[in-house]
Design a binder for this molecule. Structure first.
Ligand code: SAM
Length: 423
């Protein structure tokens, strides 16, 4: 990897006698980590499986080395999220509590949303927003895999959201798009695209995003701004300029992780407090009832889960969601997911969503534990031969739900969505 000359000069000037150590950090392979999904994993089987070393600044964060964990059944079942260790430092600064209204404004692919969702424990709401539709889809899939039930995934500009949610959120995370100096090892493109001009362009874009973000924070609320870059224009100077021009905000804490000082690729995070005052609430989310579909869902639940409570809503694409949390209205915002996706109704049949098995599968009596070999087959999309009463079933591994199947005369038909099957 060749580092841009101007970057070398800037860092040398910035770090002085520490610069050689910084430069040497580029000789090591990139640090990798995972965050345990505490929505699913109540004890700590992950470190028992792989004997992992904890990340000091992130609860439930662990270092991983050579392991190909992305291909494991534990990854498929959403027991953890693979996340660069230093990136784990930002979300915990918000000290999110269950029941709060939280916005992750630049959320894809979702590592920090997962941390926020775990802190919320499925109580309150998480608005996970991403401006790029393709990336928002990946974010939506990741939150589904984690079994998050209280999130809404939106695809909107910060300015649009700011119009809808004046002073609405208790906590906001702005993990801003940046010049990515901490990504140089991981993404070859990041070095090629880097220039001093791009640093300044990023700083201007970040200031515009912060300007909209601050409007959405309640008085007395907390906001964390973070980047994966070392440039002061995007980090410390960005925050001091923001506080200078927004007198309601106070810088409470600032962290900069350098790769020569910690085991991580580098991150910046600043915690800002907005001074107290009056609070305003947004309108409730309007729910469109589709009664035949709702009845079909209730019948389906009787077979598998008994009663499932919550309001059912159907998005424009026909997918049905269960809302158990107090979601606000989202006028003219593209919504990719809200609450718990439960399935689809084609006018005749109800087809349950994979997300429902992942999030609620532990509760059903109709579950069937798979062996290691059967799990491999199931994740590849193959049918299984098992002695089980006919009807729908949740397949599990070590008690963790993997997805739905349907048993017909000893054959379990595989309901893993095609896009998620292992090749
Ligand atoms: N928080 C994410 C995570 O932990 O996985 C990473 C977010 S990444 C650093 C920044 C995101 O901001 C990108 O997904 C990018 O598409 C999005 N973005 C780019 N321009 C934006 C803008 N003008 N407003 C809001 N988000 C933007």
């Amino acid at each position: 990897m060749t580092l841009p000359q101007k970057f070398i000069e800037r860092m040398s000037e910035r770090l002085g006698i520490n610069f050689p150590a910084f430069l040497r950090s580029y000789e090591k392979p990139p640090e990798k980590g995972l965050k345990i999904n505490t929505l699913k994993v109540k004890t700590d089987p992950i470190s028992a499986f792989w004997n992992l070393e904890p990340v000091p600044w992130a609860e439930e964060g662990y270092y991983v080395e050579g392991e190909k964990l992305g291909a494991s059944w534990q990854h498929f079942a959403g027991l953890f999220y693979l996340q660069e260790p230093s990136a784990m430092c930002a979300a915990p600064l918000l000290d999110v509590q269950p029941g709060e209204k939280v916005l992750d404004l630049c959320a894809a692919p979702g590592g920090k949303s997962v941390q926020l969702a775990c802190a919320l424990k499925n109580q309150g709401i998480l608005v996970a927003n991403e401006i790029d539709y393709g990336r928002a889809r990946i974010l939506s899939q990741n939150l589904e895999r984690m079994g998050v039930e209280n999130a809404v995934v939106t695809c909107a500009s910060p300015a649009h959201l700011a119009e809808i949610f004046p002073e609405y959120f208790d906590k906001i995370l702005v993990d801003a798009p940046c010049s990515g100096e901490g990504m140089f090892k991981k993404e070859e493109n990041a070095t090629r695209e880097w220039s001093e001009e791009s640093v300044l362009a990023c700083a201007r874009r970040q200031a515009a995003i912060l300007e909209e973000a601050q409007k959405m924070l309640k008085k007395g609320g907390k906001m964390v701004y973070s980047t994966c870059t070392f440039a002061e224009e995007e980090d410390e100077w960005q925050i001091s300029e923001f506080c200078r021009t927004h007198s309601a905000f106070l810088l409470e804490r600032q962290e900069k992780l350098f790769p020569h000082e910690v085991r991580g690729e580098g991150h910046f995070a600043a915690l800002l407090l907005k001074s107290e005052g009056e609070r305003r609430e947004a309108k409730p989310y309007p729910i469109r009832k589709v009664s035949a579909a709702n009845r079909a869902f209730e019948e389906f639940c009787e077979e598998l889960f008994g009663e499932i409570t919550g309001e059912i809503t159907t998005l424009e694409d026909g997918r049905m969601y269960l809302l158990r949390n107090d979601f606000p209205a989202f006028p003219h915002v593209a919504i990719l997911r809200i609450g718990l996706e439960i399935g689809e109704w084609d006018g005749k049949n109800f087809r349950p969503a994979h997300a429902l098995a992942i999030a609620e599968g532990e509760r059903t009596k109709r579950k069937l534990e798979l062996s290691a070999e059967e799990t491999e087959k199931y994740l590849r999309g193959e049918t299984l031969e098992k002695d089980f009463p006919d009807g729908r079933v949740v397949l599990t591994r070590e008690g963790f739900p993997l997805g739905f199947g349907k048993c017909v005369s000893g054959t379990i038909k595989n309901h893993v969505p095609k896009g998620l099957r292992r090749r």
